[in-house]
Design a protein around this ligand. Sequence first.
Ligand code: PLP
Length: 385
Amino acid sequence: MAGELIYLDYNATTPLDPEVIEEMRPYMEEHFGNPSSSYSYGARTRGAVEQARAQVADLLGCEPGELVFTSGGTESNNFAMKGTAFANREKGNHIVTTRIEHPAVLEVCAYLERLDFDVTYLPVDEFGLVNASSVEEAITDQTVLVTVMHANNEVGTIQPIERISELASERGLVFHTDAAQSVGKIPVLVRDLGVSLLSLAGHKVYAPKGIGALYVREGLRLEKFMHGAGQERGMRAGTENVMGIVGLGKACEIAGRDLDRNAGRMMETRDALQEGLTRAIEGVRTNGHPGKRLPNTLSASIRGVDADVLINDIQAGVAASAGAACHSGQTEVSHVLRAMGVPESWARGTIRLSTGRTTEADEIEAAIKTITEAVTRLRRTATGD
Ligand SMILES: Cc1ncc(COP(=O)(O)O)c(C=O)c1O
């Protein structure tokens, strides 16, 4: 792959898996029927949607009827949170979350605060871990929702979801987790996790952008999110994104089938990257939990450089991100690193590198070389040498 851009930003988005493209192709070229139509064209796409639902359910270990297709992680989070808040208004107005959530959760919280909901933002430790007992302490008789992300998009730390869900269910509370980053990288089984709601995003698992799903535990009451016709059992109106749904179904089948192999490969290349960078560059530290971390994610702080300048400098050779991926290019220290208490001098030079299923050892070597040379150059410029 010499001379080509080395893509190390798989937490931002993934390419389509070739098998996913093949699965979707007939729904682009041939089968265009509306799944709500009664004739055979409709039956064909309706069948495809239901097959995809079964494939996603298989990956998550739930019933197909517990899934709602959405437009992605952001919509799933909005639906889960507003749907729960609005359906339980008479019970209370308090929400518990963490300081390190994705904006697709934090901005929903901010919106709900404007509607007179109270939100407790739990702190995290230096590894980005939430203490389950802090969740317990935060719960009041007004609490209607606890939402804690499964794995963090910037540093990869995996939260103790099972323990938090026990606490929530002991109190009969709805517990949502944003699993946009964990699905396809580690096992994500809703019954093991004990969650009531779980969000996933297609474009993080080699499916198209603009498709996602929300797991809604059987019997859970949610206020409708999208009003209109009766699609998705009346929970999410609008003619289905059949191609996207078919792609997501296949992507989930692949994610389950190849989970161990893919996770092993991502971890191997991530570890090589971590080792290589810390060996080649003086003054590098990594962020996130050393063990409880996504297998593909490396948040590296490099002393004496500005992350956005570094990312800009290497952009012809290596694609990575400074701060959170969804707003790449921002120089402000990310809310996640701030919450973890990463000192300003380190946080400024923090880049996120995330490997994928197809990342090769020679790409890692080349990336280490590119980053090392850039850091040397930038440090020299900074000191005027
Ligand atoms: C943890 C997390 N949640 C939610 C999202 C948003 O998902 P989508 O882009 O599908 O709306 C992202 C995307 O970066 C994410 O990393």
